[in-house]
Design a protein around this ligand. Sequence first.
Ligand SMILES: [Zn+2]
Length: 476
Amino acid sequence: MAEKITPRATDYSQWYIDIVLNAKLADYAPVKGCMVIRPRGYALWERIQQGLDGLFKATGHVNAYFPLLIPESFIKKEAEHVEGFSPELAVVTHAGGEKLEEPLVIRPTSETIIWSMYKKWIQSYRDLPILINQWANVVRWEKRTRLFLRTTEFLWQEGHTAHATAEEAEEETLKMLGVYKTFAEDYMAIPVLHGLKTDAEKFAGAVRTYCIEAMMQDRKALQAGTSHNLGQNFARAFDVTFQTKEKTLDHVWATSWGVSTRLIGALIMAHSDDKGLVLPPRLAPVEVVIVPIFKNETKDAVLAFARKLHAELASSFRVLLDADDQNTPGWKFSEYELQGIPLRVEIGPRDMEKGQLVAARRDTGEKAFIPVAEAAGRLRALLDDIQKSLFQRALAFRQQHTFSTDSSAELAKLLDDPGGFVEAGWCGDAACEAKVKEETKATIRLLPLEKKSTEGRACVACGKAALHIAVFGRAY
Ligand SMILES: [Zn+2]
């Protein structure tokens, strides 16, 4: 219940954990760093999966499944890849009561096993493109973990595509970045910046990594999805060549892209409040909860009225009727606020007489009286409005906390108070990026796709002419 939730202003980190645990989204697992995703959290993940899967299929992708265990030698084939992932690998050395001849790595990501298979499947340009996505779990041994945001095992999707030309691979990389941006903004109601990661922040083994970045309510950045142009790195490592139209031999061009259960953490931190979860209607497992309000003498009539309404709405809404007579309406109200159900419909004896219902919005608490005959249309309009309002509220918040400066002192000050994104000049030198990180704990979140003018702008670290306007922020 709400009284168990630490207010955001008191302790934001504790507020987040309180929401996850009290709304029963996830729990701690016996193995440190792992999490149990509880039914309510999993229902949310299923909504995310359905939405994304639809967008992947609409852009020509198909699903497949590759094994959890990867021969250790595969991971070592791509130099940057192995260097990037080695510290996080979990390795199986014994199985079937024996020491294995070759240790097996539990996948931290699947590029290597998938490209070992693409070698078998690709001979000619006619075999391309391959546009495969996989829904799976991966393991990255993490020292500091937080439910949904960073856990040792997590669920995700990973797209792995193979192309005949560099241009096609780049086009795919940007297309999927666009899909992620659409999903974040239209489904999750979270505005995101999209752009390029610097070399220091890119994926181990990628030529270029693009990302979407969102601002949380504590004004920290959260990387919500990445799309990598892998060039020919993995094709070279796994010797995947194909005969081109011109009958020459070339290495295949690759992309990979992924989002994970981390998105649930983003949803919580972008929208929720001190009463509990706030969910965008498009992703809410339950959109509308009906709470009948009755006394003993009105119980049968009110319940019959509520059941009829429930039956009418069930064909076009994800709707729940709470006909329980043990808990009070007040208890139910706060319970459904905690769960983040976007609309609560109340029906009492007087509403029933007037042929109306009361609809209460989770996001604003506003109430509307709606004639029962108009219920379906009016409730749908309210849900659409909640979806839009959540996005607008998050966008206004991000705009209020986005600043611009080329002064390192000012950058540090803004990051401390009020916090947010700071657009600052950068000369392109990794040493300058590292210096800012050391001094302020902020990283370059991205170089925006829509390049801003660098005229008259200076590098925030060294003062030389800026090559880029980079977005700095402290991140999860
Ligand atoms: Zn510099």
